[in-house]
Design a protein around this ligand. Structure first.
Ligand code: FES
Ligand SMILES: [Fe+2]
Length: 400
């Protein structure tokens, strides 16, 4: 990931050092976050480098989104475009989705099936293994042209229970990165990962990407009236906080809605399946998996700037589902999450209020349960948040 962005990075680095020095006196612990962290453009630019092009593993797809050989998916890691391919040999590969000639976005479609990718500008052709295949006027190419030097730049890719992750510069393997949260990840994927994609929804939040991801469990029964309809077991779950990175997951059992006459049609919150495992897994830096009742959803978070964040909700069923069961899953999932989801709508309003005040020079403080060690964390504590902030402070160069 070296090249033409390095000069801009050096100038940005000086600016970041100035901002970091100014904030450091306020940002002395993971429990007290200066709100400038959510609104300063220099911090945002440094996050793109250290987090989205750094050593983090990013959850980027499920295999069901690339259902056959030669399938592909495009997405963004921060401001870096990525092309994920599934080869004829079943190998998954991820590349910077940028033509190595003059730097044009190579593939524009969100998903599809293709062995080759042609850049629209001068029609250079690349294979889904990332190789340069050819381009018009080849005989007149510069004398030092070597095709291998023009291969697409590649990320590392790994997979767990059908979920695909990639990283620009991993320091540890994926299993180690996920730690004890890996078990809950497998649970959401129904152990075998043989899921089918039911569809996507997108929502754009007027909030910093960390504001979105820092949604705590403390608020859940207090803000979300909808949880009362969902038999949410506030405080009862098995909590896993994975240090040092700060992934956070909660596991509990879904229980069916007890009809109290509140809903005219309680079929929306019925559990038709037999797998009662419910899980919410929040993976740093910004990815969420949810299994609740019959809903299976993963959320991909893309920063669009310091105060805008796009969240793509992908909804899944299992390969063994009947068409009726699939339809039920879609109806239930999109009423829970996504742009029309009752949980999302309430969260979006609060995130917007947080962002509106993020330039007032104040602090965002974690209070509940934060003196408990991570191993003793409870579901509605805020120390699921502070573990991730401790890691963030280290990655962004604030002293621990
Ligand atoms: S920029 Fe892609 S072929 Fe020229
Ligand atoms: Fe929420």
């Amino acid at each position: 990931m070296k090249g033409q962005c390095d000069m801009a990075t050096t100038a940005g680095m000086e600016e970041y050092e100035t901002v970091r020095a100014r904030i450091a006196g306020q940002f002395t612990t993971e429990k007290d976050i200066p709100k400038a962290i959510f609104s300063d453009p220099a911090i945002y630019r440094e996050e793109l480098k250290r987090i989205f092009r750094g050593h983090y593993w990013h959850m980027v797809a499920h295999r069901a989104e690339l259902p056959e050989a030669n399938s592909f998916k495009t997405f963004w890691l921060g401001e870096t475009p990525v092309l994920l391919t599934r080869g004829e040999d079943e190998t998954l590969r991820a590349f910077v989705n940028t033509c190595t000639h003059r730097g044009t976005l190579l593939e524009q479609r969100a998903t599809g099936c293709s062995k080759e990718f042609e850049c629209p500008y001068h029609r250079w052709l690349f294979s889904n293994k990332g190789n340069f295949i050819g381009g018009p006027g080849r005989r007149d190419f510069r004398s030092d042209f070597v095709a291998e030097d023009y291969a697409l730049r590649e990320f590392q890719v790994d997979e767990i229970a059908g979920l695909i992750f990639c990283s620009a510069a991993p320091q540890v393997g994926l299993e180690e990165w996920l730690g004890q949260c890996a078990g809950h990840v497998r649970d959401v994927m129904l152990d075998d990962g043989r899921l089918t994609l039911l569809g996507y929804q997108n929502a754009i939040f007027n909030a910093n990407w960390k504001t979105y991801f820092d949604n705590d469990f403390y608020h859940a029964p207090l803000l979300h009236m909808g949880f009362r309809l969902l038999s949410w077991h506030g405080g009862q779950g098995e909590v896993r906080v994975e240090e040092p990175v700060g992934h956070f997951s909660v596991g509990y059992e879904s229980s069916p809605y007890e009809d109290n006459g509140f809903l005219a049609d309680p079929s929306l919150v019925e559990m038709k399946g037999t797998d009662a495992r419910a899980r919410v897994v929040a993976l740093r830096p910004a990815y969420v998996l949810t299994k609740h009742l019959d809903t299976i959803s993963v959320r991909f978070v893309r920063p669009l700037g310091v105060d805008r964040t796009q969240v793509t909700y992908a909804f899944f069923g299992h390969e063994s589902d009947s068409p009726e069961y699939q339809a039920h899953r879609v109806r239930q999932a999109s009423n829970l999450l996504g742009p029309s989801g009752m949980i999302t709508i309430e969260d979006a309003a609060v995130f917007n209020r947080q962002q509106m005040t993020s330039r007032d020079g104040g602090m965002s403080r974690f209070v509940v349960g934060v003196d408990r060690p991570a191993a003793e964390a409870r579901q509605n504590d805020e120390n699921g948040n502070t573990a991730g902030w401790a890691y963030y402070r280290e990655v962004m160069g604030f002293d621990r």
